[in-house]
Design a protein around this ligand. Structure first.
Ligand code: ARG
Length: 430
């Protein structure tokens, strides 16, 4: 291992204890290593602005940081157990290549603000991706709601056939849900969009760091003012991001549930695109909806990540090593969540309805509620109309197929207000 940044002379390092301390931390740091390098570059620029580095030293640091980023991307540099963590690896490499200048970079920063800034930069990008994927899902759902506004489909409550509805109604529900998820992700991105660099170990530092400069150079909307709060926010902003992701995952879980029911022979409402199904090792006849099942399972990973971070935050203020554990949870949750969400737009686009089966699932009883309302419109007090409409003999008056047009045509009870949803969708900036 490279020298530990904090090693004391005369205190031997115990390999077993070091390995416990390190865990998989350095490997996790691969995930945001590029962000850590980018923030290190801006920190160096900031040091130059207050005279802590010469122009030549800054140029050399910038050159070597760029080279490290490139080598990491290409695989020429591997971040592994040779280093305690990604932060130490950056410094080790700079010292190896540049000597003195490399040793100067850490002035005015701590790994505590270093990990915070790398995580926030990484997370801003990931949560933006959640927003854009949710937006894309909503777009597919809305396009299909428009195209299939009058395709009849049973509406269920308690999984029991309830009323005559439409595929358009079903799609519009998902469109609005994912529009809300996209907006929530964007709100959360705004919450996270604050720069912790310069807060050092959580108590600031006796250097006139140009925090306005680093905030702007790193593309943050604002700075985290209080160094103490920068530490208090660790875990909390990751939790907020997982909650926003979790909101989309909850919708995905329910959507996947619908699809797995609809794909069963008992419903038979949809044909899943073949590439989204798998087979059985023993039953040659099977086509299994494994993809939607794994999509449904993804919420468990996100919920587990949230739970782990929430448990970690049972701490007094200030930095504690416990906080390191939040990284694994965050990366795992986002890795799973984004992978599932990324497949969803195409899956939804390619879904084929089986209109015959949907039509066959409509039965006269499903007109009862409409009939009661029709009677009320004619002046019968609703509770009396309800009692009259409860009589199966009257259901024949309302062939569900006939009532359908009234329910699903624009302007009638089933008006889907798709124009309003389209406006909301378009208001979500890319
Ligand atoms: N890997 C550490 C973390 O994620 C980096 C910060 C270490 N700071 C410290 N004071 N030991 O928290």
């Amino acid at each position: 291992m490279s020298d530990l940044l904090w090693q004391k002379p005369g205190v031997a390092v115990d390999a077993r204890i070091q390995s416990f301390l390190a865990g998989d931390d350095v490997l996790l740091d691969r995930e945001f290593f590029a962000c850590d390098i980018a923030a290190s570059r801006v920190h160096a620029q900031g040091l130059r602005r207050i005279g802590m580095l010469s122009g030549d030293e800054l140029s050399a640091l910038e050159r070597e940081l760029d080279a490290l980023a490139e080598d990491f991307r290409s695989g020429a540099f591997v971040l592994d157990e040779r280093y305690e963590d990604g932060h130490s690896a950056i410094e080790a490499r700079l010292v190896e290549r540049l000597g003195e200048a490399g040793k100067k970079l850490h002035a005015g920063r701590s790994r505590n603000d270093q990990v915070l800034v790398a995580t926030r930069l990484w997370l801003k990008e990931k949560i933006q991706r959640v927003a854009m994927l949710a937006r894309e899902v909503a777009t597919v759902a809305l396009d299909r709601a428009e195209a299939e506004a009058t395709l009849p489909m049973p509406g269920y409550t308690h999984l029991q056939r309830a009323v005559v509805s439409s595929a358009g109604m079903w799609w519009a529900g998902w469109a609005e849900a994912f529009i809300d998820d996209a907006r929530r992700a964007i709100d959360t991105r705004n919450l996270i969009d604050a720069n912790p660099l310069g807060t050092a170990a959580g108590y600031g530092v006796n250097l006139p760091l140009d925090r306005e400069f680093t905030t702007e150079a790193l593309g943050f909307a604002r700075m985290q003012v209080s160094p103490a709060c920068a530490q208090l926010s660790r875990g909390k902003f990751e939790l907020a991001a997982l909650e926003a992701l979790g909101s989309a995952m909850l919708d995905l879980r329910r959507l996947a549930w619908d699809l797995s029911l609809f794909a069963s022979a008992e419903f038979g409402f949809i044909a899943l695109p073949a590439k989204y199904t798998t087979g059985s090792s023993i039953m040659p006849n099977k086509r299994n909806p494994d993809v939607i099942e794994l999509m449904r399972a993804t919420y468990a990973s996100v919920a587990a990540a949230k739970a782990e971070i929430e448990q970690l935050l049972s701490l007094p203020s200030g930095y504690h090593r416990d906080l390191q554990v939040s990284k694994g949870a965050l990366f795992h949750g986002f890795g799973k969540g984004l992978a599932a969400l990324a497949l969803l737009p195409d899956l939804l686009r390619k879904l084929d309805w089986k209109p015959e089966a949907m039509r066959n699932a409509l039965e006269p009883s499903m007109y009862a509620a409409d009939l009661a309302v029709d009677l009320a419109k004619q002046g019968v007090p609703f509770r009396d109309a309800y009692k009259q409409a409860a009589d199966p003999a009257r259901w024949s008056e309302g062939d569900p197929r006939a009532s359908l047009a009234a329910r699903v045509s624009p302007g009638a009870a089933g008006d889907l207000r798709l124009g309003e949803l389209r406006r909301r969708l378009e208001a979500i900036a890319r």
